[in-house]
Design a protein. Structure first.
Lengths: 78, 170
């Protein structure tokens, strides 16, 4: 743990996320899935499993899209 | 040659079985504006309401944690033409749908001017996006609480005459 992290003041200083920023797709996907399933799913007891499934689908779809774009751009640009 | 009309004019039309009648609930909509999920809680859908509350408030808090309190900022300085600069506040408008908590955070931020580090780069982008996305999700929740459509009851024939099971996924 770096000295900067130890001296961090939460909410007053931004987090040093430059190396892990891609992981922040997971919380936003989870929140979107949870709110969507909370509004649309008729059974309250199965909202959380359905939201987890939708989160995985969103994250995997975005990962596949990014890989596809990366490969496509590399093929196009040589 | 035209076909004769066989419908009797004095007979009411049969009800459409696929129609879900939405009910207007202004109190639930108001409560959802005050606190995310509260509208569904007062409608009796407690688990749904608490899940919405957890999701929206967690996303909002995480956004402020990542980008610092400076990501929620209502910029009231006049623009180049001396008028209110609404273009500088587009992200704040999305964040404002979180309810009074956004204005409290903005007030705290303005009181702490000079004591916090404004974020730049990825942290600012992600923090701003998280807070705005939380607000826009709460806008959906407000609309859903305001014009609530009854959910089909499980293990009973729904309005299309089919029994819903746990595997049903809308």
């Amino acid at each position: 743990m770096t000295l900067f992290t130890l001296a961090l003041k939460p909410f007053l200083q931004p987090l040093p996320i430059d190396e892990v920023w891609m992981l922040f797709i997971i919380p936003i996907a989870a929140a979107i899935a949870l709110v969507y399933k909370s509004l649309k799913h008729p059974h309250e007891n199965t909202i959380i499993p359905q939201a987890i499934r939708l989160t995985v689908v969103i994250v995997v779809a975005i990962a596949l899209a990014s890989v596809g774009l990366h490969v496509g751009l590399n093929l196009l640009l040589g | 040659m035209t076909t004769p009309n066989t419908n009797k004019p004095d007979q009411p039309a049969p009800p459409n079985p696929d129609t879900h009648t939405a009910q207007f609930k202004p109190l639930a909509g108001l409560c959802a504006c005050i606190l995310p999920g509260l509208g569904h809680i007062i409608l009796g859908q407690k688990k749904r309401g608490f899940l919405i509350m957890a999701a929206v408030l967690s996303l909002f808090t995480l956004g402020i944690l990542v980008g610092g309190i400076g990501v929620v900022e209502h910029d009231t300085t006049p623009g180049p033409n001396g008028k209110y600069n609404w273009k500088a506040n587009l992200w704040f408008y999305g964040q404002a749908f979180n309810g009074p908590i956004t204005f409290v955070v903005d007030n705290v931020r303005s009181n702490l001017e000079g004591q916090y580090d404004p974020s730049i780069g990825r942290a600012n982008e992600i923090g701003t996006l998280y807070c705005a996305m939380a607000g826009l999700l709460n806008l959906l929740v407000i609309i859903n609480a305001l014009c609530v459509t009854p959910y089909p009851q499980p293990d009973k024939p729904n309005q299309r005459g089919r029994v819903l099971t746990q595997e049903d996924n809308p």
